[in-house]
Design a protein around this ligand. Structure first.
Ligand code: UD1
Ligand code: CA
Length: 491
């Protein structure tokens, strides 16, 4: 356990977020593959704090449901009717052990770019300086809307004043309160008990703790961050998109620094949990989402969307969509194919163009190269599925499974009416409609035998260009018998 780990982190997430104009609570909007609150919880967890509590109120049940799924160890605190960040923190403390001592961090559920490293650095500086309160601040060209940091003649933080309560002089201050703090737990509890609601918004302000600490002779320090994005909150969907882009840029840069080529980070979207091996290349217009992982030296893109998909070393995926699929090492996919859940393509296998797969186990080196639907099927190693083959897995009531054995060949434009098992080393004639199993070494031909009817065009289509063409062709075929041309004799 890190000696400087805080005792607790309290994440404030009770606010309404009206400017999102959404039926989804603000903290549950997503960037980079998880919710804003998810990002805040990740940063909080990175501090290795013993307790992390989340303060909820607006759309409480939905936020609690997310918390339980995301991190079951989160402690939920319900904020009551008293408004304000001070009251929120009080509620957050109430669900933690009453004798909690040490450092308590406070963060917001709608500040997604704040990193765990920043919180660790804040905690360390807070403990080393022996301050009762340490607040992260930033200098902004346009500080409007934020609480301003008022410093005394010695340059120490004296208090924080909200925009709505500030004088003209105070509004001219460009150092803002980020809303992210480290507190001494005892001081925080004592000070919050003394905070009132006598202000422009009638709220219990957490910021009042600063002045109370100073009045009790305790030290307050400010930690100025150079990276303003880390303290930027999301209030509307414009900011949601801006922060989403900045987060994505950071994720892309992390991968590039680790040895991944990303040709166009501006059109490449990578969720925070994606892993990518060394010397992989990501081509423009690609989205790597959820728990996707990409092997070393793989080439992904252009225009590929992979969700929760695993791609092996050296595989190539071009203009394809995959969801919960596995692409083996050295395998190739695309262009224009759709891999649905349960697709597992073996090493050096191939899913070519205009192929849709679902719950399809495709063996090593097996090929499904063109225009195929392969649903609920097991295809053995080295098998080849001809162009236009359809595994008809659904009879309108239930889904059925079929299999194709190792090194078997299914002729083009075959429909396999599942369930059918084609053994190892078997052939299926092109254009078959297969309803029965095929044994090893057999060829199955399941289509009507071809019948050619002489003279049909002359009888049934007399006088058409087709009939004329037929007549000419027949005459040409007969001519060599009567009058050989010079070339014919040469041969
Ligand atoms: C707060 C700070 C301000 C700072 C700004 C930074 C106070 C009084 N003011 O202002 O100095 O510059 O953040 O963004 O602290 N929340 C609750 N319960 C509440 C109220 C808020 O949980 O009763 C949560 C919100 O969900 C949000 C965070 O606290 O995540 C901040 O709330 P918000 O209303 O945005 O704070 P500001 O008034 O902007
Ligand atoms: Ca507010």
């Amino acid at each position: 356990m890190n000696a400087a780990a805080p005792a607790a982190v309290i994440v404030l997430a009770a606010g309404e977020g009206t400017r999102m104009k959404s039926s989804t609570p603000k903290v549950l909007h997503r960037i980079g593959g998880t919710t804003l609150l998810g990002h805040a919880v990740r940063a909080a967890r990175a501090t290795r704090a013993e307790h992390v509590s989340v303060v909820v109120r607006h759309e409480r049940d939905r936020v609690v449901e997310f918390c339980a799924a995301f991190d079951p160890d989160l402690v939920i605190a319900d904020q009551d009717d008293v408004k304000g960040t001070g009251r929120a923190v009080e509620c957050g403390l109430e669900v933690l052990p009453a004798d909690l001592t040490g450092t308590v961090l406070v963060t917001y559920g709608d500040v997604p770019l704040l990193t765990g490293e920043t919180l660790v650095a804040l905690t360390e500086a807070h403990t080393t300086s022996g301050s009762a309160v340490s607040v992260i601040t930033a200098h902004l060209a346009d500080p409007s809307g934020y609480g301003r940091v008022v410093r005394d003649a010695d340059g120490h933080v004296a208090r924080i004043v909200e925009q709505k309560d500030a004088s003209d002089d105070e509004r001219a201050i460009t150092e803002i309160n980020s809303g992210i703090y480290a507190f001494d737990a005892d001081l925080l509890r004592e000070a919050l008990a003394r905070v009132g609601t006598d202000n422009a918004q009638g709220e219990k302000y957490l910021t009042d703790v600063v002045q109370i600490a100073r009045e009790s002779g305790r030290a307050v320090s400010a930690h100025v961050v150079d990276d303003p994005w880390q303290t930027e909150g999301v209030n509307d969907r414009v900011q949601l998109a801006q922060l989403g882009r900045v987060l994505n840029q950071r994720v892309c840069e992390r991968h590039m620094r680790a040895g991944v080529t990303i040709v166009d980070p501006a059109t490449t979207w990578i969720d925070v949990d994606v892993s990518i091996g060394r010397d992989a290349t990501i081509l423009p217009g690609t989205q790597l989402l959820g728990a996707t992982s990409i092997g070393a030296e793989a080439v992904i893109g252009p225009e590929v969307t992979l969700t929760d998909t695993e791609v092996g070393d050296g595989a190539e995926v071009t203009r394809a969509v995959a969801n919960l699929a596995v692409v083996g090492p050295g395998a190739t996919v695309g262009p224009y194919s759709y891999l649905r859940p349960g697709t597992r393509l073996g090493a050096r296998g191939k899913i070519g163009g205009f192929v849709e797969t679902k719950n399809a186990e495709i063996g090593e080196g097996a090929k499904v190269p063109h225009l195929t639907y392969a649903g609920d099927v097991t295809i053995g190693e080295g098998a080849n599925i001809g162009a236009g083959t359809v595994f008809a897995n659904y009879d309108g009531v239930a889904k059925h499974h079929s299999s194709v054995g190792a090194h078997s060949f299914v002729g083009s434009h075959t429909v396999v009416v599942s369930p059918v098992d084609i053994a190892d080393g078997a052939y299926v004639g092109a254009g078959s409609a297969l309803t029965q199993d095929v044994e090893p070494g057999q060829i199955a031909v399941a289509r009507a035998r071809q019948r050619n009817i002489d003279g049909w065009v002359a009888r049934a289509r007399a006088g058409t260009r087709t009939a004329d063409a037929a007549a000419r062709a027949r005459a040409d075929r007969q001519s060599p018998d009567t009058e050989p041309t010079p070339e014919d004799t040469d041969r």
